[in-house]
Design a binder for this molecule. Structure first.
Ligand SMILES: [Zn+2]
Length: 245
């Protein structure tokens, strides 16, 4: 059941935002970011997701990312990604994501803020250029910069590095009317502040997560459901209202 008060808020809304995390991509078959015991698909997080680990063994880090790129290339955006993209038809719509898989863009979302970068982008450690590279699997490991032949790294944010576009994310949070928080435990700062900022500026906060999170304590609406189911239900109700008008 979609609460009528939520539909009312969505009918009034002009700017809508969504903060998404690993939970939304898990439904596309992409394993969540961290496994058990500090291991990530069998790799130590310190070795593959820190600047120090990369400095020590770039080839090993690249083998790990190459494997993930192969897996992600086989995954498809799901209904939750699609609904967020379709909402651009009704709203000044923004997706702020902690995911690096690029599935929001593939689903058709145009306004995507990727706080943790994008696994399909590479960044040169010498000249600093950043560009998309969709080669799977990579022909050369570690890959080299097409401009200066310098060592490339994945253009993703590692532990100890600042997230991207935080100012933009905050300004969206401060000015949106409704914020969905989907499939993220919102425990990692600074991203965890985003829904709190939205809420304190008067936005309705909608949590979609099978599990309780810190957001649950102040969210205006909570769906304890998979993202695909909840977003599909909400979108159907919304369509009914908009098509009646
Ligand atoms: Zn370069």
């Amino acid at each position: 059941m979609v609460p009528k008060l939520l539909i009312d808020a969505l009918v009034e809304a002009k700017r809508v935002a969504a903060l998404t995390g690993a939970g939304i991509s898990a439904e596309s078959g992409i394993p969540t970011f961290r496994g058990q015991g500090g291991l990530w698909e069998g790799y130590s997080v310190e070795k593959v997701a820190t600047p120090e680990g990369f400095e020590k063994d770039p080839a090993m880090v690249w083998r790990f990312y190459d494997e993930r790129r192969v897996n992600i290339s086989k995954a498809k955006p799901n209904r939750a990604h699609e609904v967020l993209a379709l909402m651009e038809n009704f709203y000044d719509m923004w997706v702020i994501t902690q995911n690096i898989d690029g599935l929001h863009s593939r689903a058709g979302s145009n306004n995507v803020i990727e706080l943790h970068g994008n696994i399909w982008r590479v960044k040169c450690t010498e000249c600093g250029i950043s560009y998309y590279n969709y080669e799977v699997p990579l022909r050369e490991i570690p890959p080299r910069c097409k401009r200066c032949s310098g060592l490339l790294r994945p253009d993703v944010v590692w532990f100890g590095e600042p997230v991207y576009d935080m100012d933009k994310a905050y300004s969206i949070a401060e000015s949106c009317d409704v914020m969905f928080v989907i499939g993220t435990s919102a425990q990692v700062y600074p991203a965890a502040y985003i829904p709190r900022v939205a809420w304190s500026h008067g936005a309705k906060v909608v949590e979609i997560n099978p599990e309780e999170t810190p957001v649950s304590s102040y969210a205006d609406f909570i769906f304890r459901e998979p993202a695909t189911k909840a977003m599909d239900e909400i979108y159907k109700e919304l369509l009914k209202v908009f098509q009646e008008e």
